[in-house]
Design a protein around this ligand. Structure first.
Ligand code: DX5
Ligand code: ZN
Length: 224
């Protein structure tokens, strides 16, 4: 099943509740929250208080994508604020196994993320403990960037490994997802599609979400 995770990074923060609601009306079933620390990535965004506020305006799962150093220090606060899913970067976590178990100990789904330059092979020792793998299809830090096509073979590889090893993680993709790229990622095996600019950049988030999901579903039907 394909799910759309609307990334609030491109939303109008002065009416965040309304925008999240609109994406949900259009079929968005997850709210993707980008947490940036100005160290691991060259941008700053939000912390646990905003997650706590989001928790009050939506029942949809809050998918917190941590682009931060020292994730272990902040995971409890995000979980307490109402995060349902928490993902951490392979590149930012020297004790990745411990960090993923920490997420699970807070009753959140645990995800691992890889940057465009990081090979899928670096995840071999954690694939059996994660609930999802997030493949970055842009270099993290900003919304509205161009999709990097090399991400496609990583999603195919992750789907292949999952069936070979009989694992159950889901495959998520983040960055540059639009009507132009959605069919390719779905055919490559992506099941959770993060989209910021394509949902909130211009026009009506409800209609934008609907159009993306329609294109994704059609591409899946045509998948051989
Ligand atoms: C980028 C973030 C993304 C971002 C995607 O660092 O992780 O979630 O919001 O934005 P778009 O969909 O505009 O590429
Ligand atoms: Zn993200």
């Amino acid at each position: 099943m394909i799910e759309l995770a609307a990334s609030i990074l491109s939303a109008d923060f002065s009416r965040l509740g309304e925008q999240v609601h609109a994406a949900g009306e259009g079929g968005g079933s997850v709210v993707h929250v980008d947490i940036m620390d100005g160290h691991f990535v060259p941008n700053l965004t939000i912390g646990p208080p905003v997650v706590k506020s989001l928790r009050k305006v939506t029942k949809l799962p809050l998918d917190c994508h941590l682009m931060i150093e020292n994730a272990d220090e902040f995971i409890p606060a995000f979980a307490d604020a109402g995060a349902d899913w928490i993902s951490v970067h392979q590149e930012a976590c020297p004790h990745l196994n411990r960090t993923l178990h920490l997420i699970k100990s807070h009753n959140c789904l645990a995800g691992v993320v890889i940057n465009p330059a990081t090979p899928v092979d670096t995840l071999s020792e954690v694939l059996d403990i994660v609930d999802y793998v997030l493949v970055m299809s842009v270099n993290p830090g900003f919304g509205g960037q161009k999709f990097i096509p090399a991400a496609l073979h990583k999603m195919r590889r992750l789907a292949e490994i999952r069936s070979q090893r009989r694992l159950a993680y889901r495959i998520e993709v983040d960055g540059g997802i639009s009507l132009d790229t959605v069919a390719d990622v779905v055919r490559a095996g992506a099941e959770i599609l993060v989209a910021g600019n394509a949902v909130f950049g211009s026009g009506d988030p409800r209609k934008n979400a609907e159009a993306l999901l329609k294109a994704a579903t059609e591409a899946l039907l045509l998948k051989v």
